[in-house]
Design a protein around this ligand. Structure first.
Ligand SMILES: *[C@@H]1O[C@H](CO)[C@@H](O)[C@H](O)[C@H]1NC(C)=O
Ligand SMILES: *[C@@H]1O[C@H](CO)[C@@H](O)[C@H](O)[C@H]1NC(C)=O
Length: 379
């Protein structure tokens, strides 16, 4: 009697695969496994993917994980132990610049009135037996928290200023604070690369707060210097981030400035590598991979209030966080060469499917949010 049940299953499986060719059953009908957004391994893959995204970027602030919004797993039939995860992550901007190369777990968020939040989609490949963790591609979209809602809750909070150079107060705050920094630290001199944040507030007078990247001004060559001074070519790489404020109270100007310098990148990268699961990778191929450029983009859109005026009767819905990660539109999927992730002459391929749509979210999703305020959670 005990044998009957497995036999019946077996027969069912046979007739099933006869009715549907094997490829169809595995790839088209059930291509994705549903996973819980609070599963500990899903959370750890989401964390790794976000580290990779932050590391891949050259500008903007480090993103931290607020919650896993959706996850799908696609086992790779041709690669035992290999799985591709389709992650949708709700993220928050932190106050650490990506050039600081910090882990997002060590970064602090902005105060609530200055929050920037959004969503990322990422394709994350894991192969535990072969010790590979790899972010294939990503795309993110961010927006600042609704100015209108913040103003209702906190009318006196600082409000964001324009960064496009049209606000003379922003430029004045940068100029005055950087001049003060250079006066106080005369061994090296710095100039502005880019203003990364600005806001203003009225206390007893106008206050302007700014954050900006700086670079070193190369030392001019003098006769007493040897020939190495010529080699100190103007290095366009930002070396640090300054935070400054300029407050005017009657005729007085109060200037406050503080600059943080980034760790030299190589040292930071080495530390990171040691902390992570060691990857078996061919270093030569890895270099070639690095040359391919960024694996995604982070786009920053304006406040939703600007796109959805309060009095407007316009019913046309705005897509709040448009994020597209379409490596393929072919429902059969597309093969992606990932041989560079492995040592050895074998060609290794991943099957990538179109990103699953929002409408069919996994059952146990979204997961719990670290910041559950509805103002900072994408729908
Ligand atoms: C990522 O988003 C950008 C727009 O921000 C888009 O042009 C690009 O095609 C997207 N990448 C993928 C792989 O879909
Ligand atoms: C998520 O998982 C943690 C630990 O596994 C558990 O303590 C927590 O209650 C879970 N949260 C939800 C909302 O399921």
């Amino acid at each position: 009697m005990g044998l009957l049940f497995p036999l019946a299953l077996c027969a069912l499986a046979t007739s099933y695969s006869a009715a549907f060719p094997a490829q169809q059953t595995t790839k088209n009908l059930f291509p994705f496994l549903s996973r819980g957004c609070n599963d500990s391994d899903v959370l750890s893959f989401a964390g790794f993917a976000l580290e990779d995204i932050n590391k891949d970027r050259k500008d903007g602030y480090i993103l931290s994980l607020n919650r896993v919004s959706d996850v799908r797993e696609q086992r790779q039939d041709d690669e035992p132990g290999g799985s591709l995860f389709y992650l949708t992550l709700d993220v928050l901007e932190t106050s650490s610049h990506v050039l600081s190369r910090k882990s997002w777990k060590d970064c602090e968020g902005w105060p609530f009135y200055a929050t920037v939040y959004g969503q990322c989609k990422a394709l994350f490949y894991i192969n535990k037996p072969r010790r590979v963790l790899y972010t294939v591609a990503y795309n993110c979209t961010l927006r600042p928290v609704s100015r209108r809602s913040i103003h209702r809750m906190c009318p006196d909070c600082p409000s964001p200023s324009s960064l496009d150079g049209s606000d003379p107060k922003v430029l004045e705050a940068v100029t005055e604070t950087l001049a003060k920094y250079n006066r106080q630290h005369t061994s090296k001199q710095y100039s502005l690369v880019e203003v990364t944040r600005a806001s203003s507030q009225w206390v007893n007078g106008p206050s302007n707060f700014v954050e900006y990247l700086i670079k070193e001004i190369p030392q001019p060559c003098t006769k007493s210097m040897d020939s190495t001074c010529a080699l100190q070519s103007p290095d366009p790489v930002p070396v640090g981030l300054c935070e400054g404020s300029l407050t005017e109270i009657k005729a007085d100007k109060i200037v406050v400035v503080n600059c943080d310098f980034f760790e030299p990148q190589d040292a930071a990268a080495e530390g990171e590598k040691a902390a992570k699961l060691p990857k078996v990778q061919d270093p030569g191929n890895k270099e070639a991979e690095a040359k391919k450029g960024p694996k995604g983009t982070v786009q920053k859109l304006p406040d939703l209030d600007d796109e959805r005026p309060e009095q407007s009767q316009d019913p046309s819905p705005v897509e709040e966080f448009p994020v597209h990660l379409d490596l393929t539109t072919d429902p059969e999927g597309q093969a992606l060469d990932v041989s560079f992730l492995f040592i050895g002459p074998l060609e290794e391929k991943l099957l990538v499917l179109p990103f699953p749509s929002k409408e069919q979210r996994s059952a146990e999703c979204p997961g719990p949010a670290r910041d559950a305020n509805h103002l900072v959670l994408p729908p």
